[in-house]
Design a protein around this ligand. Structure first.
Ligand code: ZN
Length: 160
């Protein structure tokens, strides 16, 4: 079965930056599962996955506009330190998670004060050229429930 609209694909990936250094990898854990055609994953990655089947391996390099977008200037915000999640102590350059009205968002710590912290709310991978080494593990038809919810269920997907 080939990856197309209303299929759920599982894949392993290694994500590398422009220098070829590994940023993150799914190997050693569950593969990533996504519902194709539902904006579950980066648009450039989804385009490269279309038509692939289980066992296919490929690499795709995404420009920032196909991935996390260009970095925006003046995206610094001051927020209470206690709103940062992911570590006990903070230092400039660290990545933190904050809850916003739109859900979780990753930010980069710029300056740390006693009670307030300055964060850059650009996505940490904004402005970067990213390469994904992908291995497709499984492709199946999406269930009606998955199509309705707009995301994959089960291993590597959403758990309710
Ligand atoms: Zn669901």
């Amino acid at each position: 079965m080939k990856i197309a609209e209303k299929t759920v694909a599982q894949f392993h990936y290694v994500l590398k930056d422009e220098a070829g250094d590994e940023i993150e990898s799914s190997h050693g854990g569950d593969p990533m599962a996504y519902l194709h055609g539902a904006n579950n994953t980066l648009v450039g990655l989804e385009n490269a996955l279309a038509g692939k089947e289980a066992g296919d391996k490929f690499s795709v390099t995404l420009q920032p506009e196909e991935a996390y977008g260009e970095r925006q200037e003046d995206m610094n915000q001051r927020i209470p330190v206690k709103h940062l999640q992911g570590a006990q102590k903070w230092a400039p350059g660290m990545t933190a998670v904050v809850q916003t009205e739109q859900g979780q968002r990753q930010v980069t710590v710029v300056k740390v004060g006693k009670f307030m912290v300055t964060v850059d709310i650009n996505p940490p991978l904004a402005g970067k050229v990213l390469t994904f080494d992908v291995e497709v593990v499984d492709v199946r038809e999406a269930s009606e429930e998955e199509v309705q919810h707009g995301h994959a269920h089960g291993v590597g997907g959403h758990h309710h």
